[in-house]
Each structure stands twice: as structure tokens, then as C-alpha cells.
Ligand binder design. Sequence first.
Ligand code: HSE
Length: 405
Amino acid sequence: MINIAILGFGTVGSGVAELIDRNIETIRRTVPSDIYVKYILDLRDFPGSRYQDRVVHDFDIILNDPDIRIICETMGGKEPARTFTEKALQRGISVCTSNKELVAAYGPALLRTARQNGCSYLFEASVGGGIPIIRPMNTSLTPEYITDIAGILNGTTNYIMTRMEHDGVSFEDALRQAQINGYAERNPEADVEGHDACRKIAILSSLMCGRTVRYEDIPCEGISRVTTDDFLYARELGMAIKLLGLSRRAEDGSTFYVRTAPFMVPASHPLHSVEDVFNAVFVHGNMVDNLMFYGRGAGKAPTASAVVSDILEEARTLGRNIPVNWSDEVMTLSDPAQESFRRFVRMKDADMSEIPAIFGQVRYVSPEGRPEGETAFITEMMTESQFDSAISRTSSVVSTMRLLG
Ligand code: HSE
């Protein structure tokens, strides 16, 4: 019997316990011993739950029980999750987590503690919910020279934008629905303002280069300024609007451009048709060419599935460290002002003669029903600094969005 403890019995933590119960026969075929949830740490008691007799409120009970071999941290947030994880790893107890905030902030330090103590720290569920992407990055793709990662990494915002696009509902109604379905964080700001996606692209970029890409260094925009009118133009252009995390090697290969922002995605790109709570991670490697990993990026069962995959890997490798190529050397990113994109631009009461003078050659888009007095177009490739200097020469710009590809 391998005894485990779950820290935090919210959506994901309770999903882990339920999955282990439901799929116990399948699990028995893949690990040498039964997995048993001996403790659940939470502030609440869960009276009437089948797990109520395993609930404890003191982490030291778990830490001091020599039977516990694996801890599953599904608390979220930095503290006390960091302290509990560090203490467990120091005792040689393997930890797995869905906590992207903790992984993005302290991943390399926790990996080092695991290495030094002959145990493992795994975080499959921290990116892409149920999609296996961390393990492939850490195993199957290690021979690849990866040049690009583009990901729809936040289920809540993808769900919100899909509802806005197809059902014409307001942002607020779509967000409420996402919360009812258990996709959104309690504080939706992390989803809506792009911080959640930013942490996830920081984790993927770190695995791509083996060093630490700090999420604080990544330019980050969310979806709060995307409007239903933007979808009108996108539809006319045959594009979808997606919140993307992008990581691209600079021309000399030495470093990366990394960014989180809403993008218009052309129909020819595989990310175009990723809708609702689904996430996808598009990866380009120099030998394998294009790959896409697709699945449910949020929600109880899919995220629990990813956590349990880590529990089972740790159960199969007890007493040794599963290596993860991620050092704490900080990666200096390319200057974001030099990154180039095509741009979608909306202008109000524009002087048509100034547009080519300021933006160069453009392609106009004029859908039926667009707001009165608006002119919209797509530019050729421009660096961020060229574009910023162009828009500083006019006061008519209503909004802009980058294009993928
Ligand atoms: N709030 C996150 C999302 C949960 O919507 O993607 C999964 O990390």
C-alpha cells in the first residue's frame, strides 16, 4: 500500500480522491501497490463525506507520519503551499501539484530540494489541465530543438470568448457561467487579465530552454478590452480571437520572445478551432515539425487526471528522483519592442489619407454592422516599436490586436 495525502480538498483535490476510487482497478494494473488516500488537509471538515474520517487540520500530522510517501498539493497560492512542499521534499516525500502559481514562482528551487533528497516534484496539472504537455516536454521532446510554442492556456478565457463569439452574450454573463462550471478561479482577475496564462507560458518556456523564464519579465495583456465588435471584424476576416501564450526563439537562437496577449488567429492555424474550455499547445521542433496537444484545460476531472498521472509516476519511482531539466539560472528574454507582428487596427473618424502615411500598406476590413464612423485594417509586419511610434502619430485609434502568423 502506498499512502498519500491531499493538501486542499477543493475542486481539484476532491477530484483526485474520487478518481483514485473510481479507477482503482486501472490503477492497480499500473503501479505495484494500491494507492490509498490516508489524509486530507483542509480548513473545513466535510461532514457526511465518505472522506470525513481522513480530514486533518494540522500539516505536521502528515509530515510526521512515516507511512506517507507522496503528497498531492492542490491548495493553490504561494503560502502555505510553498512551506508545506519544501518541508515534505526535505523529508524525501515526493510532491505533485496543480499549483501553477507556485511552480512558476519557485519551481527550480523545489526541484533542487527534491533532487537533493532523492524524491520528485512533478507538476503536469499546472499547465493545460488534463493535457499531457509537461511530461512530453520532459521526455519525448528532449532531443528536439524547439523553436516555437503557442498555447491557448486558459480555459476560462477561452470559454468566455467562445460564448461571446457564438452566443453574443456579455463578458459578465460568460464569466459567471465559467465560474458556475468550476473553470474560473475564485478571483477571476488572474484568468481575465492573463496572469494565469502568463505563468503557464513561463513554465513551458522554462522547460523549453532548461533555465528560468520569470513570468514577471513577460509582457502580459488579458481579454478585458476585447469587445463583441472585435468579433464582428474577426468573423469577416475568417479569424478567431484567442488569448495566447507565445514563446519564440529569436533569430540567433540564443534567447526568446515571450508574450501573453489576445491574438487574431487565422483559420489556417490549428489553434483557430480550439473552443470553449479546451486548451491546446502548439509546438514546433526542428525535427518533429509541428505538434499540437489538445484537451480540457480546466475542470475537476481532467485536472485531477493530470495530478493522478504524477502520483502514479512517483509511486513507480519511489526512492529516486525524476529529473526535470529546469535550472534556476534566469533567462534574459529578447527585447519585446523588437518583436514583429501584423496588426489589426480600429480607428474612429480617421483621416483616410493619413493611414498609409502612418501604417504603410494596409488591408481594409469593412463588415456590415460595424460601429458608425469606424475604419479598420490589417497592417504588414511591424516591430512593436515601429507600431507604437505609428499610433503615437494619430489620435483616432480605438483598439488594436496582434495577428498570429
Ligand atoms: N482557471 C484556470 C483556467 C484553471 O481557466 O484555465 C486551470 O489552470
